[in-house]
Design a protein around this ligand. Structure first.
Ligand SMILES: *Cc1c(COP(=O)(O)O)cnc(C)c1O
Length: 425
C-alpha cells in the first residue's frame, strides 16, 4: 500500500519540478511512484504509509553508520542548543577539519555545502594552480552538476566535450575533455594534444553502477599527471570514508593532489569539502588569490554531525567488517544469478556493491550502458514489494551500513532469489 506516498507525490508535482528535488528520486528509471519517507532507523527506512524496508540507498551513501545513529543525533541536538548558524568561525569546523586531516593525508581542507560545490571549487583551484584551462573527466563518472562536469564526449576521439544539459555553454563544455574509464592510452593522447590543468576521477566509479579501476590504472593516471605537470583530483565524495578511513587514496595506495569529499563527512547534513597539500590549498582565499566562499559553510550543526560520524569511523575493524558484509552480499547475489543461469555480473569493493543484469563484465560506461535496465526495473519493483529498498536505477550503488546485520543480508538474498525466480518464470 502506498496511498499516502501517491497523494504526497501529486501535491509535490504541483510545486516541485517532477515532484522532487533531485531527479533520480522520481523513480523514472524504474516506473511507479516514489515513496515518501517518514522516518529511518539503523538499516531501515519507513514510508508514510507505514511500510518498512531494508535500505541499500542510505541517503546515497552518507549513512554509513546506519540511519539515525545515536551519537550523531546527540551531537546535532547538542549543537542546536547553541544556535543554528553563526557565519563566524566555530570550534566544530576546526575539529572536523583536524579529524579529516588526521585520517585522509590532506594537509588542509576547505568546507563547503555540497559535493557539487566541492568539485566546482577544486576545479577552479586546479586551474589557478596550473594556470591552464583544460580538464579531463571520464565518461560515466558523476561529479555533481557544475557546468564543466555536465559534459559528454564530442563525436570522434579527439573532439572537445559537448554540453550534456541545455544551459551548459558550448564554450564551457569545450574545456572539458571526456575519456573512457580504464583507458590510459586515451588519456595520454589527450595530454599530448592539450594543455591540461587536471584530471578528475571517481577512483571507484559509483555513479554508472559500480565500476572498479583496473590494476595500475589509477597509478597510471598519477604518472601521466606528473609527467605533464597536471593535478590529479580524486572525487572521493562516495569513496571517502567508505573504502576505509583513508578512502580510495589509502585503499589503492595512490595520492591525489586535490580530493573532494561530501556525503559521509556530513553525517547526513549537507556538507562538502576539498583538501590537499598546503602548497595547493594555500591558493584559496583569503590565504591566496582563488576566490571561494560560503554563507553557511562550516555550519556548526553540520560540522558537529560530521565530526561525531568521523570519530566513530576511526576504526580499521569497522571497515574490515563492512568489507566482509559487502563480500557476503556481492557473492550471494552473484551465486543466485549463476544458479538461475542469468547473464549478470556483480562488482563489489568494501561496502559498495552493484549487480548488473544482461552483461557479464563491466569496465567503463560503454559496457555499463549495455545493462538490461528493463530487467532491473522489474527486479527493483519486486524487491520493493518484498521490503528491500534498492536504488531506483541500475546505474547506482548498493550501500551497506554498520547497522546492516547478517540477517538483513540473508533476508535480502532470499528476496533477491524470489524476485529473480519470479521474473524468469
Ligand atoms: C554525490 C556526488 C557528487 C555530488 O554531490 P552533491 O552533494 O549531490 O552535490 C559529486 N561526486 C560524486 C562522486 C558523487 O557521488
Amino acid at each position: 500500500m502506498n496511498d499516502k506516498s501517491k497523494a504526497f507525490f501529486l501535491r509535490a508535482q504541483a510545486v516541485l519540478p517532477g515532484g522532487v528535488n533531485s531527479p533520480v528520486r522520481a523513480f523514472r528509471a524504474v516506473g511507479g511512484n516514489p515513496l515518501f519517507i517518514e522516518k529511518t532507523n539503523g538499516s531501515r527506512v519507513y514510508d508514510v504509509d507505514g511500510n518498512e524496508y531494508i535500505d541499500y540507498v542510505l541517503s546515497w551513501g552518507p549513512m554509513i553508520l546506519g540511519h539515525n545513529n545515536p551519537a550523531v543525533r546527540e551531537a546535532v541536538l547538542d549543537a542546536a542548543q547553541r544556535g543554528l548558524s553563526f557565519g563566524a568561525p566555530n570550534e566544530y569546523e576546526v575539529k572536523l577539519a583536524e579529524k579529516m586531516v588526521e585520517l585522509t593525508g590532506c594537509e588542509m581542507v576547505r568546507m563547503v555545502n555540497s559535493g557539487t560545490e566541492a568539485v566546482m571549487s577544486a576545479l577552479r583551484l586546479a586551474r589557478a594552480f596550473t594556470q591552464r584551462n583544460k580538464i579531463i573527466k571520464f565518461e560515466g563518472c558523476y561529479h555533481g552538476h557544475t557546468d564543466s562536469m555536465l559534459v559528454k564526449a564530442g563525436s570522434g576521439a579527439m573532439t572537445f566535450g559537448q554540453p550534456d544539459s541545455p544551459g551548459v555553454p558550448d564554450a564551457v563544455a569545450a574545456d572539458t575533455l571526456v575519456a573512457p574509464y580504464n583507458n590510459l592510452e586515451f588519456v595520454e593522447d589527450l595530454f599530448k594534444n592539450n594543455d591540461v590543468a587536471c584530471v578528475i576521477i571517481e577512483p571507484v566509479a559509483a555513479n554508472m553502477g559500480v565500476v572498479l579501476p583496473e590494476e595500475g590504472y589509477l597509478n597510471g593516471l598519477r604518472k601521466l599527471c606528473d609527467e605533464y605537470g597536471a593535478l590529479l583530483i580524486f572525487d572521493e565524495i562516495i569513496t571517502g570514508f567508505r573504502l576505509g578511513k583513508g578512502g580510495a587514496q589509502e585503499y589503492f595506495n595512490v595520492k591525489a593532489d586535490i580530493v573532494t569529499y561530501g556525503k559521509i563527512i556530513g553525517g547526513g547534513m549537507p556538507v562538502g569539502a576539498y583538501g590537499g597539500r598546503k602548497e595547493i590549498m594555500s591558493y584559496v582565499s583569503p590565504s591566496g588569490p582563488v576566490y571561494q566562499a560560503g554563507t553557511l559553510s562550516g555550519n556548526p550543526i553540520a560540522m558537529a554531525a560530521g565530526f561525531a560520524q568521523l570519530e566513530q569511523l576511526d576504526s580499521d575493524e569497522l571497515y574490515t567488517h563492512l568489507g566482509k558484509m559487502g563480500e557476503k552480499l556481492g557473492a550471494g547475489l552473484d551465486n543466485i544469478a549463476k544458479e538461475l543461469g542469468m547473464i549478470a555480473c556483480v562488482t563489489q569493493v568494501g561496502s559498495l556493491v552493484c549487480q548488473f543484469f544482461g552483461i557479464d563484465s563491466v569496465k567503463d560506461y560503454e559496457t555499463a550502458r549495455g545493462a538490461d535496465t528493463a530487467l532491473y526495473a522489474q527486479y527493483f519493483q519486486k524487491m520493493l514489494a518484498s521490503g528491500v529498498y534498492l536504488a531506483p536505477s541500475q546505474f547506482e550503488a548498493m550501500f551497506i551500513s554498520l547497522a546492516h546485520s547478517e540477517t538483513d543480508i540473508d533476508v535480502t538474498l532470499e528476496k533477491a532469489r524470489e524476485a529473480l525466480v519470479g521474473i524468469r518464470s
